[in-house]
Design a protein around this ligand. Sequence first.
Ligand code: HEC
Ligand code: HEC
Ligand code: HEC
Ligand code: HEC
Ligand code: HEC
Ligand code: HEC
Ligand code: HEC
Ligand code: HEC
Ligand code: HEC
Length: 364
Amino acid sequence: MNTTTPLRRPLAPTLPTVLLATVAWAAPAAAQAERADADCLACHADLHGQTFTLPSGERLPAWVDGAGFHGSVHGDDIGCTDCHPTVGDYPHRPPTAQTARDYQVQAAEACTTCHFKHATALQDSIHYERRLNGLPEAPTCIDCHGSHAVAPAATPRRATVDRCATCHEDQVKDWQASAHGQAVLAGDPDAPVCADCHGAHGVTDPNTPTAHAASFGVCAKCHADQTVMGRHGLDHRVVGSYLKDFHGASNRIYAALGDAPAEPVASCSDCHGAHTVQSFKDLSEAERADRAAAMCQDCHEGASAGFATAWGSHTPPSERHRPLVWLIDLFYKLMIPLMVLGLIAHILMDLWRTPGHKHPEGHS
Ligand code: HEC
Ligand code: HEC
Ligand code: HEC
Ligand code: HEC
Ligand code: HEC
Ligand code: HEC
Ligand code: HEC
Ligand code: HEC
Ligand code: HEC
């Protein structure tokens, strides 16, 4: 994990600038709230290179980028004092926070007043829990959204991944190289970004046994959807066949009970990876078999290519994939109705010939 401290240039304040600004501020001291916002910015936009010092000795910048703030989602709707209700006129009350991180966490509390729903979801997350339990770097609103230059949350879609990248670099790299990441980076609206599988605010630990047993549900959201999969030339029946198979049947029961088996039973991501999902599209039958065998070996020691081939995978057979099985299937699909029809015809012809039936020619 690589946590960056969002401190900017720690330059020393130049007293004359602050004094000048103070004089400029003295006149409109009794200004209205709206005026006050403009005045806050008038002063803070000029404080380039200025910092203020916290009791810990860390310094934070006093400068606020006016253009960034006005261009943000909040620019026209809310003012400085909506998020800084206690700072007061200049000279300000000194902040109560001891460290830079404390300062950020306290300031981020302001988001809660208007975005209650997101704050509530965050409180149920592993991020919030970890922050309360001694990992101050676990994210608050502003680590993912910023504080003054807040951008639209979900557009462009690929940018939502950058919100996680500061701290989860490895997963982001894997995802970028995966079939999902490649599709999203090429502008595909259907393939998943981090938040599609983890949520954005209510992120929970995906590695607990119960989360593992239930995790097929995350993939099923999209992979069982015929319309979405149809757009990508993929078979939506893989979810149904997984759930009927031994692994899926087992996980489905445990998930319904909110429980987990003693040892993990294969979920979608055990075989395909979660962040490393790869396509099968350009693989030959033999390459598919090799990849499948590698998937089993983590749990079924010594599993050979034959082990996976005997299983037959969970893609229903087609003229493309396991054509022999598909042909035999097709043969039965045609033969059985033909045989039933033949039988019915036979019975009807037999009835036709039974004694008592008045035949036009009067035979038997
Ligand atoms: C006269 C110039 C001036 C004006 C006007 C001004 N500030 Fe400041 N502000 C400063 C300076 C200088 C600092 C650096 C710390 C210090 O000297 O108190 C600062 C620090 C801050 C801080 C960080 C420290 C803290 O207490 O949290 C915030 C937030 C802040 N100002 C918000 C505002 C808001 C909101 C307004 C408008 C209501 C405002 N400022 C008006 C000059 C000004
Ligand atoms: C949407 C809420 C929000 C609004 C609106 C807002 N701030 Fe802030 N501000 C924050 C948060 C959160 C922090 C602490 C996080 C950080 O350090 O980026 C902060 C930090 C600061 C700081 C301390 C320096 C720093 O970056 O840590 C100053 C100074 C400041 N704000 C001034 C202003 C001024 C002036 C305005 C109005 C133009 C304003 N803020 C509007 C949320 C807001
Ligand atoms: C005074 C109320 C208020 C506060 C405080 C506030 N916001 Fe907002 N926020 C709004 C409003 C109003 C909108 C625009 C409404 C909309 O378009 O949904 C908005 C929009 C947003 C959006 C964009 C939503 C979208 O649809 O893309 C994000 C992200 C956001 N705020 C995050 C924050 C963060 C982070 C903080 C704290 C640093 C914060 N807000 C503090 C009122 C507030
Ligand atoms: C771990 C990163 C992360 C944290 C922490 C986080 N967000 Fe978000 N937020 C996102 C992502 C990613 C999206 C876009 C994806 C989505 O819409 O679900 C988003 C979407 C939003 C939206 C707009 C979408 C909507 O649901 O209307 C708002 C508003 C918002 N967040 C506010 C907040 C506030 C307020 C906090 C703190 C209480 C917060 N976020 C904490 C990552 C985060
Ligand atoms: C500011 C840093 C930061 C950001 C940004 C962040 N996370 Fe985290 N995340 C953490 C920390 C710290 C933990 C706790 C790790 C631990 O307990 O070892 C964590 C835990 C997790 C976990 C639980 C698995 C684990 O390793 O414990 C998931 C899943 C997760 N984050 C997903 C996300 C997603 C998705 C985003 C973006 C929407 C995101 N995170 C953004 C810092 C961050
Ligand atoms: C297709 C669904 C999916 C997507 C997209 C996804 N994840 Fe995951 N993630 C999972 C699953 C499932 C796990 C559980 C572990 C496993 O099966 O490998 C997981 C595990 C994690 C963990 C815990 C550590 C680990 O690797 O096991 C973190 C942190 C995490 N994801 C962050 C992210 C981030 C950041 C992104 C965006 C780049 C992301 N995830 C995208 C499904 C997904
Ligand atoms: C938000 C929807 C969504 C979610 C959630 C999702 N996927 Fe996908 N997945 C897609 C789309 C769309 C594609 C096709 C991408 C493309 O066109 O290359 C895809 C492609 C794939 C492929 C490649 C298929 C091939 O042969 O080309 C595999 C394997 C896969 N996903 C497995 C998973 C697994 C495992 C999970 C859960 C951990 C999961 N997916 C979650 C939408 C999703
Ligand atoms: C035991 C390992 C295993 C599990 C569990 C598993 N898969 Fe697969 N999956 C495979 C193999 C092997 C293939 C290779 C294609 C083939 O030969 O049928 C495949 C193929 C696929 C494909 C490509 C289908 C196509 O149209 O070409 C998708 C998508 C997919 N799986 C998604 C999933 C999802 C979603 C789950 C969970 C519901 C899942 N898989 C569970 C092993 C597994
Ligand atoms: C994450 C671990 C894991 C992976 C990966 C995995 N399996 Fe399994 N598999 C299990 C477990 C555990 C059971 C026992 C399930 C039960 O009894 O409910 C099982 C059961 C089976 C069974 C039923 C017979 C038996 O031995 O109980 C077969 C056949 C099987 N797996 C084949 C495969 C094949 C083929 C692959 C690779 C394509 C594979 N498995 C991948 C964990 C896994």
